[in-house]
Design a protein around this ligand. Structure first.
Ligand code: CAO
Length: 570
């Protein structure tokens, strides 16, 4: 075993570049040419490949570090290279002794120093030797840009290969970025890259030459179209001499197939996907649509871990939901800047928690909302009568304390609403206490402080507590305990307006009451229409725990209590 220092290669820029992704972990075995680190220059994102096979013994950089050519990235434990390369040399010598006539062709295969040094060279040298042994000849062909789906003058944002590299068929050579998509241009065949005629920032169109490939004798273009073989062979000498032409003859060029590859890169609604070639390759192998993956890297770049999380979630959802079609479709945001100026603001903690809670409830709870109207004409008259006393007590007497007290009364009468569902244990948890949350709209977002033992408190006590909770909520002075333990929630938009809405159940509760603005309506009293103050109520409930008949019983009872609060005494 020996230790090899893996350093930053020449990435075509002098200044330090940022490490944006580390693709390997300490102790991980890595193959030669496998990407180990992703760095980002001004112009492009570049994957640094591992120079040879081995096991990562230490990682010397962190995400965000700035590195230059020659800086140490990581250390690699490799198999004894000297023995291996000696064996290779011996094998090569033996092969050459057996095939002395092939000297004229060997120059091509010795071209890349990389091949002699790296572990990957083992396979390359062997295949080169066997190719020579079988007497196959290489042809040098131009690689040209395929049909770009209507795009023209598309910028080269990544160059993934160097002259002298041994290239596999379909291996990505360069990455182009149009205003619609990022596209990898794959090699049409396997062989040795003799020349590379593009660099970062170049603008390419269909037919432009990317470079010249010494195509392996039995692969590539010839394998795609055996009819072209004889034609290609007869023109091979003119191909080599005309290698610098930018617009090759159609029969000359190793045309990159107008491949499905490229179409896959054009994402839905033209959204851009920022991802490196290794991530794209993995996505192709897994059949994942990168446009659906939320990238957590810089500028929304999709990292390998993002892809893993996405695929895992898809598999889990498919398993939990039965058929794969039941999986929740993910969505990716468009590039809003493409439509005009924007400003980005990070969500604060309350917003993040609210978003997560709402999503959890919406996805888990089969919601149904029961609507009703309570005649609060008498209640309102009573409330107004109490105004002077309220002022004396220093409290504001709104309809809310009456609603709290009335809901507590109904929860006691209909205890099936004062439960939580424990589906994991297949049981119902019945609560012997009546704690009710009230939704409070604060500048920082929605919070729900909980008023305890509502059934045991007077209207004055509740009025005082409502004021105190709302005040503390708006000043962000609530403790976590103030927002826990609720059995039911009231969300009152009455002071703001609206006729009805569908509130979302506040898990693990099973019901929530939405209250809208009271308004006078004509009501028939048996002989004539009279004006009555009607309060709109919207009761959302978890249909797994509550059935529709119970919901109707709840609102009906609540309406009668609010219509005549003497019911509270019964
Ligand atoms: N119909 C008509 N008027 C109403 C009313 C209703 N349903 N509810 C309240 N009002 C009146 C009050 O009586 C008060 O008027 P007066 O001063 O003349 O009595 C006025 O509207 C203002 O009331 P308020 O908003 O100060 O007090 P409140 O007790 O009604 O509400 C609170 C307190 C904290 C619940 C409220 O301020 C709030 O934040 N509501 C928003 C809740 C929310 O965002 N819910 C949506 C959550 S998402 O599902």
């Amino acid at each position: 075993m020996s230790t090899v220092d893996v350093t930053v290669p020449d990435v075509g820029v002098d200044e330090a570049v940022e490490v944006i992704e580390i693709l390997v972990e300490k102790g991980e075995p890595v193959d030669a040419e496998a990407p180990i680190v992703v760095i980002e220059t001004d112009k492009a994102t570049v994957e640094v490949p591992c120079p040879e096979s081995g096991t990562v013994s230490s990682i010397e950089i962190q995400i965000g570090d700035k590195v230059k050519e020659g800086d140490l990235l990581l250390k690699l434990e490799t198999e004894a290279r000297e023995d291996a390369s000696q064996e290779q040399e011996q094998e090569q010598e033996q092969e050459q002794e057996q095939e002395p006539d092939n000297d004229s062709q060997s120059g091509e295969h010795a071209a890349g120093p990389k091949k002699e040094e790296s572990g990957a060279a083992d396979a390359g040298l062997q295949s080169a030797a066997s190719s020579q042994a079988s007497g196959q000849q290489s042809e040098t062909r131009d690689i040209t840009v395929p049909d770009l789906g209507g795009s023209d003058a598309v910028e080269v944002i990544e160059v993934l290969v160097s002259e002298g590299d041994s290239i596999e068929a379909e291996q990505a050579l360069i990455v182009l970025e149009s205003d619609k998509a990022t596209m990898e241009i794959p090699s049409p065949a396997s062989g040795i890259l003799k020349a590379l005629s593009v660099s970062l920032g170049d603008k390419l169109s269909e037919g432009d030459v990317i470079g010249q490939l010494a195509v392996d004798g039995d692969e590539g273009v010839s394998s795609r179209d055996s009819n072209q073989d004889s034609e290609a062979e007869t023109t091979s000498s003119s191909l080599q001499s005309g290698a610098s032409d930018t617009k090759p003859q159609s029969s000359d060029a190793a045309q990159v197939p107008k491949p499905q590859n490229i179409e896959k890169m054009l994402t839905k609604e033209g959204a851009r996907v920022h991802a490196g070639p290794a991530v794209r390759k993995l996505a192709r192998e897994l059949g994942a649509d990168l446009a659906q993956v939320q990238g957590s890297g810089p500028k929304g770049r999709v990292l390998k871990d993002d892809l893993k999380v996405y695929v895992k979630s898809q598999v889990t959802r498919a398993q939990e939901g039965g058929a794969p079609g039941n999986a929740l479709p993910a969505y990716k945001l468009p590039d809003f800047e493409a439509f005009g100026e924007i400003e980005i603001e990070n969500l604060d903690k309350i917003q993040r928690v609210t978003a997560a809670n709402m999503t959890t409830s919406w996805l888990n709870v089969p919601h149904v909302t029961q609507f009703d109207e309570a005649d609060i004409t008498e209640l309102e008259a009573f409330r107004k009568d109490q105004k002077a006393q309220a002022e004396q007590r220093g409290v504001k007497l709104t309809p809310l304390p009456f609603l709290l007290k009335s809901c507590a009364h109904v929860l006691c009468k209909l205890p099936q609403f004062n439960v939580s569902l424990d589906l994991e244990q297949q049981r119902l948890i019945r609560k012997k206490y009546v704690h009710i949350g009230m939704a409070v709209d604060t500048p920082a977002g929605l919070v729900v402080p909980v008023i305890r033992d509502v059934d045991r408190k007077s209207i004055w006590e509740l009025a005082e507590e409502c004021m105190d909770m709302a005040d503390r909520a708006k000043r962000r002075k609530l403790s976590p305990g103030d927002m826990q333990g609720g059995c039911f929630t009231i969300s009152s938009l009455g002071s703001l307006g609206g006729t009805a809405f569908t509130p979302i159940v506040n898990l693990p509760e099973v019901a929530i009451l939405g209250v809208s603005k009271a308004d006078f309506k004509p009501k028939y009293d048996g002989s004539e229409f009279v004006p009555r103050l009607m309060l709109p109520l919207s009761l959302s409930y978890d249909h797994r725990a509550i059935n529709g008949a119970d919901a109707a019983r709840f609102t009906t009872l609540l309406c009668s209590v609010l219509a005549d609060i003497r019911h509270l005494l019964l």
